[in-house]
Design a protein around this ligand. Structure first.
Ligand code: ADP
Ligand code: ZN
Ligand code: ZN
Length: 661
């Protein structure tokens, strides 16, 4: 640690959008300085909280221009050396300003310069559930994990309901006995209350849960409890990857394929990838678990970079569901449901079981159209149609915040304005009418708004209050529905036909994850998939041979096409209220790249949804065979791009983008 009694120059990272650090002078009364401490500094007319990066003897600034800092805010470094290193690495890898990385890595209260409170120890749960006896595959996986020395990544690929969580719990138990800390990252805590309670029910040690619904104060206290080594288990969503943990000995990423590990705006990091870096710095094992691993992780396992652990059987007596493809060509659909599907639903309901209907679209109808002239309700800020929500009798844009009343008349004067297509609300309403003897519950972002709404609904489903569940991908997230025996996927075609090269991977993950909700207890489950493409080879392979074989085939296609994970991408995005500006800016940016280069440059082109929230958007795609080639170019080039000035234009760079939209 850098300590210095009489420093001359303090190098500070500040939360400003510039890829540089700032030099200051010490103030009159300086305590012992440590790199990673927070300092308060004057910046223009503002005061900012920054992080001390270095105590230097020289500066390139004119000495009379330097200002002294206002105060040192910590007694010891808020960022211990390891997290400090992780932030430096992240700033470098994601080409995001260091000060902003530090800022994102701390809880709001600390970011505001407040002093962290010492937590009390009230957090110890009363119950501890007993361990289950592991089956042979679980046991083999656990033994490998327990034998790991130092940095060692595992890909735990176990089918849905195979007992991966039980393996995590027993791996954690061993760490807890030795008073070590464990970090568990999970996709979205509010969507998976059952997962959290399984962890908290098992251990009689302090556990903290870090998620976005925590108040600022509670979050700061939980963070501090982890940083002081009081909490032995930290369960959190993606930003928890930055939590200091002095005795960290194991990292677990559950549902590692989940998109929510990647931040989609601002500091666009991937928590899974940062977790791998962190495990390397910590020299500890890391488990990436999933029934449907990301292609990136599968490829890492194939290359031998991850040790591949497989669980191929369901735990206990549970059976895997069987698949049925329903060919809906020429079929008369009622609100998107084919006669055969309805028959199946009735059969399962008559047996006293539950049915899950999956459709990835909330609202009542995705389009509102005039039957006389063909006018369609569109957002005035986005290149998108407005979704009709019947319950609130409002039109919503799902891409910005626009809400508008449903018009009584079309511009042509007609009053014959009708909803077109189906969303969850419409299917719920139709099922209520059509199957009045069974109760339907809708589970989507609209119906679960409000604290504890989702846990209450899930509980009511467990209790058998409802027989039919209609919902969006929220239903695909790790829930246990032991009485669901039929899962209906209303529309697989969107995923099959999408232009996005990741669409097949996403569809495969989604189908297997939703399917995994069925037949989790002793009742066998069936999955019915409606499609216009019943012979689609990838779909057939998925349901006949399983996700792993499907993924191997799809990976082969990626290899042939030279797409990730066989190449590396970065996306430079630009947006402006002026239509021409993003493309002009990106053309200038492109011209700054000195050719020839090993990096392939594609574009600029307008984004698939060109206008969003009133801004025109475009992007430039960079692709390279190796990470090194891409990173070398970006490091030099982005500093030049930063000097291009366009009033009102915003740009950002996305490393390893998960979506090219
Ligand atoms: P996954 O995390 O792979 O989806 P879970 O850990 O949720 O699977 O396990 C599915 C179900 O099987 C749970 O109800 C769990 O309690 C049960 N289970 C897990 N392991 C065993 C085991 N070894 N013996 C009996 N039941 C088990
Ligand atoms: Zn009209
Ligand atoms: Zn909009």
């Amino acid at each position: 640690m850098n300590t210095q009694p009489s420093p001359s120059i303090l190098r500070i990272a500040l939360p400003v959008p510039l890829r540089k650090t700032f030099d200051y002078l010490p103030s009159a009364h300086m305590p012992l300085l440590q790199v990673g401490m927070r300092v308060l500094v004057p910046f223009g007319r503002r005061r900012l909280v920054g992080i001390l990066i270095e105590v230097a003897q020289e500066t390139t600034c004119a000495p009379d221009k330097l200002k002294p800092i206002i105060a040192v805010l910590d007694e010891t470094a808020l960022f211990p050396p390891l997290i400090f290193k992780l932030c430096l690495w992240a700033s470098h890898y994601y080409h995001y300003p260091l000060g902003e990385v530090f800022s994102a890595a701390m809880p709001t209260q600390l970011r505001q310069g407040k002093t962290p409170k010492t937590p009390d120890k009230g957090t110890i749960p009363a119950h501890t559930a007993l361990h289950l006896t592991l089956n042979a595959e679980q046991d083999a996986a656990l033994k490998e994990i327990n034998n790991a020395q130092g940095f060692k990544p595992f890909l735990l690929e176990g089918i849905t309901g195979s007992g991966k969580t039980e393996v995590y719990l027993q791996a954690i138990a061993r760490m807890i006995q030795q008073n070590q800390q464990v970090l568990v990252l999970i996709p979205e805590i509010n969507l998976t209350p059952q997962t959290v309670s399984r962890f908290t029910a098992r251990f009689k040690v302090p556990i903290v849960v870090l998620h976005s619904n925590l108040g600022d104060k509670d979050r700061a206290i939980a963070w501090q409890s982890a940083a002081l080594g009081i909490a032995l288990i930290v369960i959190g969503t993606r930003s928890a990857i930055f939590t200091p943990l002095p005795h960290l000995k194991l990292i677990i990423i559950d549902e590692e394929h989940d998109l929510s590990f990647k931040q989609q705006d601002g500091f666009r990091y991937c928590a899974r990838d940062l977790a791998l870096k962190r495990a390397q710095l910590e020299a500890c094992p890391i488990i990436l678990g999933s029934a449907t691993p990301s292609f990136e992780s599968l490829q890492n396992a194939r290359m031998g970079r991850f040790q591949h652990l497989m669980i191929t059987l369901r735990a206990g007596n549970a059976q895997l569901p069987s698949f049925d493809i329903i060919d809906i060509r020429k079929q008369k659909l009622q609100q998107g449901l084919s006669p055969l599907l309805l028959k199946k639903m009735q059969y399962h309901l008559e047996q006293g079981n539950q049915v899950l209907v999956f459709i990835n679209r909330r609202g009542y109808a995705p389009t509102l159209i005039c039957h006389d002239c063909g006018w369609v309700a569109e957002c005035t800020h986005c290149d998108a149609r407005l979704t009709y929500h019947k319950i609130k009798n409002t039109l919503f844009c799902h891409h910005c915040d626009q809400q508008t009343r449903v018009p009584t008349h079309c511009v042509c004067g007609s009053t014959d304005i009708v909803p077109l297509g189906q969303g969850t609300q419409r299917i719920e309403a139709w099922l209520n009418d059509h199957l009045p003897n069974y109760k339907t519950v809708r589970i989507d972002r609209d119906s679960t708004r409000g604290k504890n709404k989702l846990p209450q609904m899930l509980e009511a489903v467990q209790q058998g209050e409802y027989q039919i569940l209609v919902g969006t991908q929220m239903l695909a997230k790790g829930h246990h529905f032991p009485r669901v025996t039929l899962v209906a996927i209303l529309d697989a075609d969107q995923g099959l036909l999408s232009a996005d090269f990741r669409a097949a991977e996403r569809l495969g993950q989604l189908i297997i994850q939703v399917a995994g909700r069925a037949g989790r207890a002793s009742l066998a489950g069936t999955v019915a998939i409606q499609t216009h493409h019943p012979d689609h080879p990838l779909l057939l392979q998925l349901i006949q041979q399983g996700y792993h074989t499907f993924a191997e085939t799809a990976l082969e296609e990626r290899l042939q096409a030279g797409l990730p994970p066989f190449s590396y991408m970065a996306l430079l995005r630009a947006e402006s209220v002026l239509e021409e500006d993003p493309i002009t800016f990106l053309q200038q940016a492109r011209a700054l790249i000195s050719e020839p280069t090993l990096v392939q440059i594609l574009g600029p082109i307008p984004a698939p949804m060109q206008r969003k929230q009133g801004h025109y958007r475009a992007h430039l795609l960079l692709q390279a065979k190796t990470r090194g080639d891409l990173q070398r170019l970006l490091t030099v080039w982005l500093l030049q791009v930063e000097t291009l000035t366009h009033k009102g234009l915003r740009w950002s760079v996305d490393i390893d983008p998960q979506s090219l939209s």
